[in-house]
Design a protein around this ligand. Sequence first.
Ligand SMILES: Cc1ncc(COP(=O)(O)O)c(C=O)c1O
Length: 443
Amino acid sequence: MGELKISGYGDNLTINGIRIGDLSPAEHEAIELEKGGQNYSPLENVVVSSVQDSSTLICRKPDPDGVKAYIEEELLDGLCCYSAVNQGQLNKTIVDAVVAHLQNERIPTVPRSIRHKYMAAFLLAATAITKMDKVVPKVAGVEAPELMAKLSRRWGYRVKGIPANEAIIVVAADNFHGRSLFAVSASTDPSSRDDFGPFLPGIEAVPFNDIDALEKLFKEKGDRIASFIVEPIQGEAGVILPDPDYHPRVEALCKQYNILYCVDEVQTGFGRTGAHFAHQLYGVKPDLMACGKAAGGGIMPVSFVAGRREVIDVLTPGSEGSTFGGFPLASVTAVFSIKAMVDEHLADNARKMGHRLLGHFESIRVDFPDKIKEGRGAGLLTAFEMFNKPGLDGHKVSLKLLENGIYAKETHKTTVRLAPALTITEAGIDHIGDSIRKVIRDL
Ligand SMILES: Cc1ncc(COP(=O)(O)O)c(C=O)c1O
């Protein structure tokens, strides 16, 4: 085995003689192609090297003069890690707490088989903010809907009385719940399913926002259906908002058929849509809710399921677990991610700034009615959609926005999502709006 030598920090970090600070964007790409799995296609010719403030990334790009390995430019982060950084990059409340925790408290990791004093803090904060009875911590976003599926099945057998191994979980078509085998079994997107079968049985999909299809399925198979798992607003599908009465009607149907109403708020939660949690926009109360992403404030992965006592209580010792779910550092990170959201009134700012951004979309649509089909969103989970015509291409728009100092990415061929940090100011929103206008004008 060859020897491995690692030295330095930051740009001086050097692995076997390769100093990270010397690599050009093309060399980064070459290493990723050579040494990494090809499950992403990042934007070309741009490498993030640090963050400047809550909404600004410092990026390395090829030197137009070809002299240096790269030049550095500012980029306004219009995506904030798909809503993982709602509180803004390096949010001071969270960073101070984490640094103090590591330096002064000195309790990074202990397993769940022994109590630690921050679990109580996490449970108190998470139940208070979600207004739910109980919370179970996990790590990655995908683990939260995965756990909702397990909880649904066990509740179905032990409480509802569904015959063994016959439970059905209903999902919405075009959903996104992550990449686990449950999530891809629930997915209707061929690109996340192809050649990953056989898939989990007992999952059925109905169209999103189609209450009649849901009712038909509940009528046919309701005695075997344990839950309906749905995103309040479909994020990855392209920011698809349901009719205002969809969720209240889903909630009523679920009650009528004794079926758990489970929302996946991994992307819509933590202030993103202008409420602490998007289901609150519709005045409903789910039985279970999956949270992730901004639950860790962009500092560390934290996810959890919050829910009704009767459902969470189907878990018994040994039936579920996670080494890093709720470990001390994650518990503290989550508590202060919640505190930042509340103290900084991030949901309010998301509502106001989202309104302003939608105003930009609308005025661009009015000026370019042959190009822009619509702008839509809730709070700062927004997207604009172009007509499906030659020349109107979401990827091309993302690249052009990059040239104008904005990082955004298409969700589909014609749809571009904008979901900046909830700390963004009016000036930041206007910069995004003006840049989109310029790009659309020149298309
Ligand atoms: C609604 C929803 N659920 C689950 C996930 C998966 O989260 P993660 O990528 O952190 O596993 C995502 C990610 O985008 C999501 O949008």
